[in-house]
Ligand binder design. Structure first.
Ligand code: M6R
Length: 613
């Protein structure tokens, strides 16, 4: 998740880039940079200053060439390589004649890098992006023009990208291209613009054009030509934008939480991107634990807080089932103060969106001091936890702004399921066919979640019926239990309603006493052998007057017949079901909070990252 912008034909090119980058900071803010073409040279400035990166870039470019009218800019949310100046964009080729910005993930960057180094290129950064600059430089040796070279280079690239390229031999030209990652362009007077997102360009023009996959764009002052990979000129789709900047930053959604909920199909795809080879092998390149170490592991402990803890409970089921290793999951604030048993064959996994939560950080420090192998699941590259751990599994959710975690949790579950399959493969506890089947179940989640999201109006209608309810019990068993906990946490944190998650089997051990008319029971009755038992629990609570919201899979008429209200999700393998089942529960919490007139992005008393005890 990075923000890109480019402009040609503008006397105030630098200001346009800096203003645009300010408006793109919500997409990423660990570093920022610009490159301008000035008098047969590329003037490039990059800074890595966290949330101050664009402001620092502004002060660092105070002496930029004032006549430059062509340039590109980038604000970064790292996926490959630390967030430092050397990894910040724009990247340049060996000769320093070409500069490039990129949003996306290049899957085959390592194999491209090996070939390019063999051809004499020197690759300096740790990013997946820099190879593109060298690849285009290489293609320019045989191509007559920059667009031709970009077109040739992109036939060798696998992954997702939106790029902008400038080159000295044609100083008023920017070549852009798109595959999967968003790209828009526009013209105002003599100036032509490109950007990853609408907010970057709104001050300059509201009339934009949307670039589609596999299209290449040539931007010159006052002119934009779009063509396909074969060079055939195409007419891009026009887009007139009425939104203000704030609405545009939220992608037209009312708030960041809805935007982030709706990003989940993309997040699933990005988190898997480049981690499964064409032959079906799993690559977790920053795990940093040798195959021998992983084979020697005798027990796993997962530590985390809040929603990340719930991802840990899902991961426990996956790892125990797939790799046949015992897993305990502990709340980090408990773990750090107890006397845990850790040995040289213990793997401790910390899960944290931010990578900064103090309890999880301290729990991991303790585990490391006791001699365990420490791996972190983090959404922030080079976070404190990522720096201190032996290895990292990065989620690729992009910045999560809403306090209530949604897309980051889904990404955590996805990467941990993948880890479980990798672990199982090494330990020989699953057949290659079963691993392949479960990889395909994971890949299929992108569509299942997209289908679920499209059913939002049905969830909103249920929320409307429940507006006067005050007590919610979420019941689930097996994989549905963490889903129940997470559904209850989402509801309580943004709607301030009383909500509890329970394992269905615990009902008769206490909670049943408080069930009476007026209580809402949300039953997670999706796939798996525990579904019938949950339906029995549902009969028990209905007999005591509770109103039941049933979360069931399409076509489950038994579950539907017991429901007062029904939330339907597509059927998937039970193994991955929490990853899609949580989505309608996020939507339910959201609609109840909105109906109660609450600020869903900034719930009272809560902070996004808890860095104090
Ligand atoms: O950044 P982390 O994942 O370590 O944060 C952990 C919790 O603070 C976080 O999940 C919190 O529970 C969220 N607000 C839940 O939506």
């Amino acid at each position: 998740m990075c923000g890109i912008i480019g402009v040609t034909g503008a006397a105030d090119a630098l200001d346009i880039l800096l203003d645009g980058l300010e408006r793109l900071e919500y997409r990423g803010y660990d570093s920022a940079g610009i490159a301008l073409i000035d008098n047969q040279e590329i003037y490039r400035v990059r800074v890595a200053d966290g949330t101050h990166s664009v402001a620092t870039l502004r002060s660092s470019t105070a002496n930029a060439p004032s006549v430059a009218s062509t340039g590109i800019g980038h604000t970064r949310w790292a996926t490959h390589g630390k967030p430092n100046e050397g990894n910040a964009h724009p990247h340049v080729d060996c000769a320093g004649h070409l500069a490039l910005i990129h949003n996306g993930i290049i899957e085959n960057y390592q194999e491209l890098a090996t070939t390019l180094v063999g051809q004499g290129h020197t690759i300096i950064s740790a990013t997946d992006t820099e190879v593109l600059a060298h690849l285009i430089e290489e293609c320019l040796k045989s191509a007559a023009t920059l667009p031709e070279a970009v077109r040739a280079a992109l036939t060798m690239v696998r992954g997702a990208f939106a790029i902008g390229v400038i080159e000295l031999s044609d100083p008023e030209l920017i070549v852009a291209a798109r595959k999967i990652s968003p790209l828009i362009v526009g013209i105002s007077g003599d100036a032509s613009f490109l950007a990853s997102d609408i907010p970057a360009l709104l001050e300059r023009t509201r009339d934009l054009m949307v670039i589609e996959d596999d299209q290449i764009v040539e931007l010159r002052p006052g002119s934009i030509v779009v063509s396909d990979l074969d060079g055939k000129v195409v007419t891009p789709k026009p887009l007139h934008v009425m939104w203000d900047v704030e609405a545009a930053q939220k992608d037209g959604f009312d708030d960041f939480m809805t935007k982030e909920i709706n990003e989940q199909p993309r997040v699933i795809a990005d988190t898997l991107r480049g981690r499964i080879t064409d032959q079906g092998a799993i690559i977790l390149d920053q795990l940093n634990l040798s195959d021998d170490v992983l084979r020697s592991i005798t027990n796993v402990t997962i530590v985390a807080c809040g929603s990340s803890y719930h991802s840990g409970l899902v991961a426990k089921l996956a790892i125990e089932r797939a790799a046949r290793v015992a897993v305990e999951v502990d709340i980090a604030s408990e773990y750090r103060y107890r006397d845990p048993v850790v040995s040289a064959t213990t793997l401790v996994i910390g899960i944290s969106q931010s990578g900064e939560t103090i309890d999880t950080l301290q729990a991991l420090r303790k585990a490391k001091a006791l001699g365990g192998h420490v791996v972190v699941v983090s959404n922030v590259v080079d976070s404190s936890m990522a720096r201190e751990a032996d290895g990292v599994l990065y989620t690729r959710a992009g910045p999560e702004i809403s306090v209530a975690s949604t897309k980051a949790v889904v990404a955590q579950m996805v990467v941990l399921e993948l880890f479980a399959l990798h672990f199982a493969t090494l330990r020989g506890t699953m057949t290659p066919d079963n691993v392949a089947q479960e990889i395909s179940d994971l890949v299929g989640l992108e569509d299942a979640v997209a289908t679920t999201l499209a059913r939002d109006p049905a969830v909103a209608a249920v929320a409307k019926e429940l507006i006067d309810a005050r007590d919610f019990f979420f019941l689930g068993r097996h994989a549905g239990f963490p889903t129940a906990l997470e559904g209850a946490l989402k509801l309580k944190e943004i709607s301030y309603l009383h909500a509890e998650g329970y394992a269905g089997g615990e009902l008769k051990h206490g909670p049943l006493a408080v069930i009476e008319p007026g209580c809402i029971v949300v039953a997670i009755a999706t796939g798996g052998e525990m579904r019938e038992k949950i339906l029995s629990n549902v009969s028990e609570v209905k007999a005591r007057g509770a109103t039941v919201v049933m979360l069931a899979e399409d076509g489950d008429s038994n579950a539907a017949s017991l429901a007062d209200y029904l939330l339907l999700v597509p059927a998937t393998s039970p193994i991955v079901s929490p990853i899609k089942d949580i989505v309608p529960l996020q939507q339910l919490a959201y609609h109840l909070a909105v109906a109660r007139g609450l600020d869903v992005d900034r719930p009272r008393n809560l902070a996004k990252t808890v860095t104090v005890e």
